[in-house]
Design a protein around this ligand. Sequence first.
Ligand code: NAD
Length: 489
Amino acid sequence: MSSALTKIEHFIDGEYTQSVGAATFESINPSTGEPHALVASGDAADIDRAVTAARRAFEKGDWSSLSVAERCQYLKRIGDLIMERRRELAVAESTDNGKPISESFDGDILRSASNFHFFSQFAASHADEAYSGAVDERHVAIREPLGVCGLITPWNLPLYLATWKIAPALAMGNTIVLKPAEWTPYTAYLFADITRAAGLPPGVFNIVNGFGAKSAGEALTLHPDVRSISFTGETSTGKAIMRASADTLKKLSFELGGKGANIIFDDANLDEAIPTAVRAAFRNQGQICLAGSRLFVHQKVYDQVVERLVQRVKAIKVGDPLDASTQMGALVSREHLEKVLSYIEIGKKEGQLLTGGEPIGAQLGEKFKNGYFLSPSVFAGLKSNSRFLQEEIFGPTLPVVAFQDEEEAIALANNSPYGLSASIWSQDIDRLHRLSSRVKAGMIWINTWFLRDLRTPFGGQKSSGIGREGGRYSLEFFSEAKCISYKYR
Ligand code: NAD
């Protein structure tokens, strides 16, 4: 059986390599429930090998002492090579994660290439700061690389979120050890080959596969030669990483969970708001931190919105992730499917299920009968304090709640431990201004969802994170400021 499986190894010092102890684990294809790859399972010894290689490469200086403009040439090459291998990477992502190929090809992989193309231009044009004091003095603030940067990434947007960290970390002259999510190591593995083809010196970019707690992830957060950890994942994992990193005082950036509010007022353009609400809740099987996973609708249009919403949700085509016409694929793992199903049971007790919420692999034919497919669900009648509205479910489930007026909409949106993103739909510009300042979230969308400009700050308030990524925020995180003051005679 194992001989037919794709072999996914670590990438250390420019070479693919197995674990010190030769341990492996199987990676499961979520659409079939069958293993498709055998993955090297790293531990503290593998992390130490990778960090040592990254430190050596950093100290050697043939990466860190290049000019930013020179490093940006490599970034551009990497972006071009991702585009050349776009189809192969998209198939790998959908096989590993279960997401529809249309989303991998036009979303994840395209955005991975854009991350490199964007930072290759943005970092090259980023200026140092200079301050003139008295006539005989000048102060210049420059940015220096940190050294070895640890990156820990989740399974929902595997290559997209890894490259969102790798590109700025490289641009600033650091070397890297990446620990991809255990569920989805495939595209990072293929990406390592792209860094080699682009000519990155050995040791500049390294990958160690494995698990989180008491495994490769934790070992990375404990390693004394790692200067920083940039982490995207669950809020509870962020807390564990913060504790583990305390003794070695690492610089930390956290992109954590979300429970986005989507607020539709009675004067909204419903022809746009309703289809967007469906996309915001069910794209990537609802496994997006920025998902609009709590829908609040003004009571005057509530019945109409719910009716049209349910009709659209019933029409979503769930099926083979590799079929170009599929709109929703499989959830990432059996464990995750079971977690989402347990919330569906909670939702049925706390409110009413209007549609969906059934495991439907068996309806999709023999090949997919053991796949982790779930029909998209809509709930009504849930209270704002219910577990269903308070906790991050991270699956294809959408609760809809009616509100009476603006004050109630704001209170509902803010009644959450999270504060990552929110959408507001209305035609009243004054109301939009009022809400966008009073809703507690790091990103507010007005009459849209998921609109991004890579220069803008990306990140959350409250339990959704610490720090920001994007544009200069990423460059600042992945570097150290140094001030040089001049006195002239
Ligand atoms: P997770 O926290 O379970 O795992 C993320 C990564 O952390 C994995 O690589 C895992 O192996 C590693 N890890 C787990 N425990 C660790 C530990 N103790 N020490 C070091 N590493 C450890 O998250 P997930 O289930 O992979 O991803 C889903 C979560 O990610 C959701 O909460 C989602 O909202 C969040 N997310 C946030 C953003 C954002 O930008 N804010 C983006 C995507 C996903």
